[in-house]
Design a binder for this molecule. Structure first.
Ligand SMILES: [Fe+2]
Ligand SMILES: [Fe+2]
Ligand SMILES: [Fe+2]
Length: 473
């Protein structure tokens, strides 16, 4: 019997007949590997969240905000795939391996920004990249096509994060004391990673034996591990920090909150106020990271949804910076106070932070004062870039209002109850800021800023600059 030859590629283009005839991971081995990779993504996400508020370097905050969301997305894919392969699914909320967990606990215990960046970007993410890469190459391309599919996407994102990290690490290396910290922490973590046999459970220094497949031989000699940093319980520091370029962290006067919709103020000035408000939105990720880290018993959707929202909020802050950069304005001169994240992280419970966030996002929805008004202000000001940004900011905030509603509903809190409690939480935490006011002069910086950006006098009156209602976003 002769088979008809065709030049149309076989097997949907996934592999050749020969490639698909190779024996890859069994379902059991596959699931064990995915469980380890999943746990790594989860704990990497938690590590990034735990350190986001206290990370002083603005650009590193931006990166942590993005990469924690990548981790959440990858964890979500992995959960689904594990559940497809094993029913009922093995436990996804506990460590699959003690040595791997020990490595990830060490990673969490970074004591300064240098250690954090060196650990996450110099050790953990490259090891994760290796785990995805190995899986893609060793698994059978046809039987395990669904895993390979998402892993190729994940690999793109991890590679992007590692490249960001390489550039950040070489910038850090310019400061020799930072470089010393980074190097010794990396060496410490590498030993723990070796002891865990890497992320997926392969020996990290592969000894080629037998059929030459990696993962066959285990290193004969395991060096003793240095004492763990994780011997001490991890206490996250959620007091927000900013680097040396910034000032006015404790100047809680932020006139843009009032000016953006103050009567009698022209659209160009109100638009600049909006761009300041966007830039200030970094205080939302600085707050959200704390409740995302501290709330331990929520269903997975909670972490996945809020992780995305956290990244959106950081993006909104970045939109503000882009708008100022495009005008040639040094936006680090804006006194971007940390009042919102400071008062909520240190003076409210994790659930209260979530409730206030919901109350604020609800307040953004009315068309006369909320996001529609902001977009129309930018249009009226003739600022095409600002209008473009506010168009998307508006869309994102509608999504966030839905995320907040879903999360509170799961906990039996109605929207109306959340808005009521939000007022109380706002007032109480606003009062808590009193104790920080002596750290910096409480000045009205708006008139000078308007002069600098618009080259004219501000039309805002002093009484426009009074303490506002619930503010944020
Ligand atoms: Fe926003
Ligand atoms: Fe939002
Ligand atoms: Fe926002």
């Amino acid at each position: 019997m002769t088979r008809l030859k065709t030049r149309v590629p076989e097997l949907a283009g996934v592999a050749t007949y020969a490639q698909a005839a190779r024996i890859g991971y069994s379902v059991e081995e596959n699931v064990q590997r995915l469980l380890r990779i999943h746990w790594t993504e989860r704990k990497l996400m938690a590590t990034m969240l735990a350190h986001l508020a206290s990370m002083p370097v603005w650009e590193a905050k931006c990166a942590l905000a993005l990469h924690q969301w990548y981790c959440a997305e990858h964890a979500d894919w992995l959960r689904r795939r594990i559940t497809e392969m094993r029913h009922p699914a093995p436990p996804l909320d506990q460590p699959p391996d003690a040595a791997l967990d020990a490595f990830l606990e060490e990673l969490l215990h970074a004591e300064n920004p240098e250690e954090l960046i060196a650990g996450v970007y110099g050790v953990a993410l490259p090891a994760l990249r290796d785990a995805y890469y190995n899986h893609i190459h060793h698994t059978n391309p046809l039987v395990d096509q669904p895993t390979r599919r998402f892993m190729r996407f994940a690999l793109l994102e991890i590679t992007e994060a590692v490249e960001w990290g390489d550039a950040a690490l070489s910038a850090l290396a310019e400061d020799s004391s930072a470089a010393v910290l980074a190097t010794s922490w990396r060496e410490h973590l590498e030993l723990y990673l070796d002891a865990a046999r890497g992320i997926a459970g392969d020996p990290r220094i592969a000894v080629e034996e037998g059929d030459g497949r990696s993962g066959v031989a285990i290193r004969a000699l395991d060096p003793p591990l240095p004492p763990p940093s994780a011997a001490n319980p991890f206490v996250p520091d959620f007091e927000p920090k900013r680097d040396r370029r910034f000032h006015g962290l404790y100047n809680f006067n932020f006139p843009p909150h009032v000016v953006y919709n103050a009567p009698g103020v022209p659209a160009d000035e109100r638009n600049v106020a909006l761009l300041c408000k966007r830039t200030l939105e970094m205080d939302v990720p600085e707050m959200m990271c704390s409740f995302l880290f501290e709330r331990k018993d929520q269903p997975w959707e909670f972490y996945l949804d809020y992780s995305r929202q956290l990244w959106d909020e950081a993006r909104h802050a970045m939109l503000g910076t882009v708008a100022f950069e495009s005008r040639g304005v040094d936006w680090t001169e804006i006194p971007l106070n940390v009042g919102f994240s400071l008062r909520l992280n240190l003076h409210a419970t994790p659930q209260e932070r979530q409730i206030l966030l919901y109350a604020i996002e609800q307040s953004l929805m009315p068309s006369e004062t909320g996001k529609r008004f902001e977009y129309e202000t930018a249009v009226e000001a003739g600022d095409e870039l600002s209008a473009h940004f506010h168009d998307y900011d508006w869309a994102d905030e509608v999504l966030h209002a839905q995320i907040g509603r879903r999360a509170l509903k799961r906990e039996g809190i109605t929207g109306a109850a959340a808005i009521e409690r939000g007022k109380e939480i706002h007032e109480r935490t606003w009062a808590a800021l009193e104790q920080y006011k002596s750290r910096e002069p409480q000045t009205n910086w708006w008139p000078d800023f308007v002069r600098k950006v618009l080259g004219k006098e501000s039309a805002a009156r002093e009484d426009h600059l009074a303490e506002p209602r619930i503010v944020g976003e």
